[in-house]
Design a protein around this ligand. Structure first.
Ligand code: FAD
Length: 285
């Protein structure tokens, strides 16, 4: 279908974009790669009066070394995440998960900022960002805010971004000394996760010193598998020991039942995939 009519602006700087968004009112939206928003416009599930195209903001593109962290600009595409040398060297979990998103056409257009702001619980990067306990930086007319994933993802397709705010940067810790793995189960024809598990683990003397696990599509927001994380801490870094921790991966989750899977099956997948992801992250294979 053809989208409803809208005005269009393509600002050349972040300040200009924030001013345009602030002056536009409730029916103004930003567009980045368009991979989630354009289908909604074409189906007329969204019909904003005005679109602010962030595509001209080169300041929001690319990855920067910030000491113990990497700063990823919101307009960095999924494709760039799979290729960037800093990401591959210091936070390979992001590259690994981005490689599983959709197909090359979507990966070349879709951005990390758009994927996080869209907040689809079936999206891959929200759970990865949750496992990494990243910091999301937003700018609006009243300045800059830094948000943790648990505060940023507030509900199904909903974030705590204020009207007029633009997500500018995702700050992720370097994973030096950590193992990692993103495990995902999807139906053959589509890359959307039925369930996904992002795990990172730090190993010491043959044991897991610390583990963090983010779950995709196990509720209305990406969540940490807190019970499994606690059970993995101190466990032997073997597949058998970590299986006991993985058996607790679905505790505290509320997965949906839909055409692709029943909630119980999703719980089963979460336990199985957590076992695989944890074992791989802890170097147990
Ligand atoms: C066929 C298909 C298959 C897909 N498969 C997968 C998959 O397997 N896994 C997966 O994770 N994703 C998948 N996606 C979604 C894809 O990852 C999108 O790129 C992503 O969800 C949105 O990124 P975008 O840059 O295109 O955002 P847009 O579509 O431009 O925007 C999405 C939303 O975010 C807002 N927004 C965008 N950028 C910002 C910003 N910087 N600050 C504030 N708000 C912002 C927009 O206003 C809009 O509401 C798929 C998409 C398609 C079309």
């Amino acid at each position: 279908m053809i989208p409803a009519k809208f005005d269009y602006a393509r600002p050349g700087s972040l300040d200009e974009a924030i001013r345009a968004l602030a002056s536009g009112g409730d029916d103004t939206k930003v567009i980045a790669g368009g991979q989630s928003l354009l289908p909604l416009l074409r189906m007329r599930l969204a019909y904003p009066d005005k679109l602010i195209d962030l595509g001209g903001l080169s300041e929001l593109r690319g990855v920067r070394d910030a000491g113990e962290a990497l700063e990823i600009g919101a307009l960095t595409t999924h494709y760039d995440l799979t290729r960037d040398e800093l990401i591959r060297a210091h936070c390979g979990l992001i590259a690994q998960a981005a490689e599983t998103i959709a197909d090359p056409a979507v990966r070349h257009r879709g951005t990390i900022g758009g994927a996080l702001a869209h907040a689809d619980p079936a999206g891959d990067l929200p759970a990865v960002i949750t496992a990494l306990d990243a910091t999301l930086v937003a700018r609006g007319p009243s300045g800059e805010r830094q948000l943790k994933p648990a505060d940023f993802f507030s509900d199904y397709l909903t974030t705590s971004l204020e009207p007029g705010e633009i997500l500018t940067t995702v700050r992720v810790p370097k994973l030096d000394g950590w193992g990692y793995r993103y495990e995902k189960f999807n139906v053959t024809a589509q890359a959307w996760a039925v369930v996904g598990v992002a795990a990172i683990a730090r190993r010491s003397n043959g044991h897991v010193a610390e583990a963090r696990i983010g779950l995709t599509n196990m509720g209305s927001v990406p969540i940490r598998a807190a019970a499994a994380e606690a059970a993995a801490a101190g466990a032997q870094a073997s597949a058998a020991s970590l299986a006991a921790a993985a058996a607790r991966a679905d505790e505290g989750t509320s997965p949906p039942s839909d055409l692709r899977a029943a909630a119980d099956y999703r719980r089963h997948l979460a336990r199985v995939l957590t076992g695989r992801a944890l074992a791989a992250a802890a170097g147990a294979y």
